[in-house]
Write a protein that binds this ligand. Structure first.
Ligand code: KIV
Length: 257
């Protein structure tokens, strides 16, 4: 699984054959310039989910439910989950939380909407967690992760994202439950992996998480191209005849008669 927030990127991911595209609320950080995912709204998410849906043919599109759009009440959560499916054209939603989110997950699933869980480092709770750091290293928090995973499985989630948890714990959770785990910073023992597309492409320079591998540094590639363009415009090297349009000279001549 990879994240995407626009049609063009989604098309490339889809054509490569990656089966799942997450329109993550990481949108807020890697596209919209916020410091956390908390300011992201339903309208932001629907706008970008629609673009990703337009770019995809085979991949399952999962819309990430933003902060506080599934907490006030079950009817509120159902209404917002439905908007991802009905208005934006996604096939599933993802939401953060384990035991405490289980009832909400169950009710959304009962409406026919597939739900992906997300436990471990849950960025919407960043102010409780005290930063983007590895989770579940103590006896109590490790046991809670397993309880959360089991609760989500029982509630009917079709898969669970495990974010920033120790590799052996993620592997244990993966063995203990019967739905797929998708890891991000959770090691190779998960059933699948997810990364934020900007992290693997090196197109978000502000923060490069330890768990991300940069396959290219697009910020450098982009900066070089933009610098060259700027310099060529200033020196008159661009545009050339090759990038210009022509017309009948006699029409031009008539204009100045
Ligand atoms: O918002 C997001 O991109 C996510 C992934 C990191 C799993 O939740």
């Amino acid at each position: 699984m990879l994240t995407s927030y626009d049609c063009v990127t989604a098309r490339i991911i889809d054509e490569v054959g990656i089966p799942l595209i997450l329109v993550g609320d990481s949108l807020g950080m890697v596209v919209l310039g916020y410091e956390t995912t908390i300011p992201v709204t339903m309208e932001d998410m629907l706008h970008h989910t629609k673009a990703v849906v337009r770019g995809s043919k085979q991949a399952m599109i999962i819309g990430d439910m933003p902060f506080m759009t599934y907490h006030f009440s079950i009817p509120d959560a159902l209404k917002n989950a439905a908007r991802f499916i009905q208005e934006a054209g996604a096939q599933a939603v993802k939401l953060e939380g384990g035991v405490h989110a289980a009832e909400t997950v169950q009710r959304i699933v009962q409406c026919g909407i597939p739900v992906m869980g997300h436990i471990g480092l849950t960025p919407q709770s960043i102010h409780q967690l005290g930063g983007f750091k590895v989770q579940c290293k103590t006896r109590e928090t490790a046991a809670n992760l397993l309880k959360d995973a089991r609760a989500l499985e029982t509630a009917g989630a079709f898969a669970i994202v495990l974010e920033a948890v120790p590799t052996p714990l993620a592997a244990l959770v993966t063995r203990e439950i019967n739905i797929p785990t998708i890891g991000i910073g959770a090691g190779a023992g998960c059933d699948g992996q997810v990364q934020v597309i900007n992290d693997i492409l090196g197109s978000f320079a502000d923060l490069v998480p330890k768990h991300a591998k940069q396959y290219i540094k697009l910020t450098d590639v982009m900066s070089k191209a933009i610098t060259e363009y700027y310099s060529e415009v200033k020196t008159g090297k661009f545009p050339t005849d090759e990038h210009s349009f022509h017309m009948d000279e006699s029409i031009l001549a008539e204009l100045t008669k």
